[in-house]
Design a protein around this ligand. Structure first.
Ligand code: AMP
Ligand code: MN
Ligand code: MN
Ligand code: MN
Length: 279
C-alpha cells in the first residue's frame, strides 16, 4: 500500500511568532519527512514567498496559508486560511487592519507589566520581533524568560499575558464574519484552529461551529499539537457531525518551544474527509 502523504498545515515563522525563518522552517519540514507544508503566520503573509521558493528547491509541496485572529463571544479564536492567494488585495487589507491593533496592544501590555514591577518589556519584546508589524504575546513571553521572571514560555503564559494576569490586555480582533470574508476573498478554505484550546462549553462550541459554517467555514483541525488523544476523537466526532473537512497541523513555533515537531503528529482517522481531499 502507498505510504500516506505527510501533511502539516499549520506552523509559524519569524514573519510572526515562530523562531525559524521561512526558508529554514521549510528545510526542517522536508528533513522531518513532510510532503505538503502550509505556513500559517498570525495575521501575516509576508513569509510565504520565501517559504514557497525554498520548498520548490527542496521538492516539498507548499500551501499558502495564514492564521487569522478573531473575536467571538468575548474570546479570541484562530481561523487558518489554506490555499489563499497572497496577492489578493481584500485579504491583504483585512490582515493589515488586524495587524494594526497589535502595536497599540503591545504598548498597553508593557504598561501593565511595568505596573507590577517589570520594566522595559516593550523594547525587550521587540528584541525578539523580526517583523515590526507583528508583535505578539509570544515575544513578551520570550522576554520574560530572558529576564528570568519565568523559566520557560509555557510558564510565561501561566503567570502573565493571559486573562486575569499581569500583561494581559483585552483586544478586539476581526469579527468572525470579516475574518471568514478575508479568507474567502483570497480564495482560501477556512479551518478552525486548535478547537480544544478555547474555553467554550460543548453548547458554545456547537453554536460557534454553526455560525462558522454559515459564514463559509469549511474545516476543523482535528489533529493538532494542542490536542490530547482524547481530543483527537472528540473533534473527529464534531467534524463528522457538522460535515467539516478535517485538518492536521503541528502549530510548530520553534525548536525547544514546541512540544511536537513539524510533521510528527498522528494521522487523521481514515473515515474523515481531509481538507486536502480535492487538492
Ligand atoms: P497573540 O496572537 O499575540 O495574542 O499571541 C498568541 C500566541 O501566543 C499563540 O499563537 C501562541 O504562540 C502563544 N500562546 C498562547 N497561549 C500559550 C500557552 N499557553 N503556551 C504557549 N504559547 C502560548
Ligand atoms: Mn503563535
Ligand atoms: Mn493559534
Ligand atoms: Mn498557530
Amino acid at each position: 500500500m502507498a505510504r500516506l502523504l505527510n501533511y502539516d498545515l499549520h506552523c509559524h515563522s519569524t514573519a510572526s511568532d515562530g523562531l525559524l525563518a521561512p526558508a529554514i522552517l521549510v528545510e526542517r519540514a522536508a528533513g522531518n519527512g513532510v510532503d505538503i507544508l502550509a505556513l500559517t503566520d498570525h495575521d501575516e503573509i509576508s513569509g510565504l514567498a520565501e517559504a514557497r521558493a525554498r520548498a520548490a528547491e527542496v521538492g516539498l509541496r507548499f500551501v499558502d496559508g495564514v492564521e487569522v485572529s478573531i473575536s467571538w463571544g468575548g474570546i479570541t479564536i484562530h481561523v487558518v486560511g489554506l490555499n489563499i492567494d497572497p496577492a489578493n488585495a481584500q485579504l491583504q487589507q483585512g490582515l493589515q487592519s488586524i495587524r494594526q491593533g497589535r502595536t497599540e496592544r503591545a504598548k498597553k501590555m508593557a504598561q501593565d507589566l511595568a505596573r507590577v514591577g517589570i520594566p522595559g518589556s516593550l523594547e525587550g519584546a521587540y528584541a525578539y520581533v523580526d517583523n515590526p508589524n507583528l508583535i505578539g504575546r509570544t515575544h513578551f513571553a520570550r522576554f520574560l524568560v530572558e529576564k528570568r521572571y519565568v523559566s520557560d514560555v509555557k510558564s510565561a503564559f501561566q503567570h502573565y499575558l493571559v486573562s486575569g494576569k499581569p500583561g494581559y490586555v483585552p483586544h478586539q480582533w476581526a469579527t468572525l464574519q470579516d475574518g471568514l470574508a478575508y479568507i474567502k476573498a483570497g480564495g482560501g478554505v477556512a479551518v478552525l484552529a486548535h478547537p480544544g484550546r478555547y474555553k467554550l462549553t460543548r453548547a458554545e462550541m456547537r453554536k460557534f461551529l454553526g455560525e462558522f459554517k454559515d459564514g463559509g467555514g469549511a474545516g476543523i483541525e482535528v489533529v493538532t499539537s494542542s490536542h490530547s488523544a482524547e481530543q483527537f476523537l472528540e473533534y473527529a466526532i464534531l467534524a463528522r457531525e457538522f460535515g467539516l473537512l478535517a485538518s492536521r497541523g503541528s502549530d510548530f513555533h520553534g525548536p525547544g518551544e514546541s512540544r511536537i515537531d513539524l510533521g510528527m503528529l498522528p494521522n487523521l482517522a481514515a473515515d474523515l474527509k481531509p481538507v486536502w481531499h480535492d487538492w
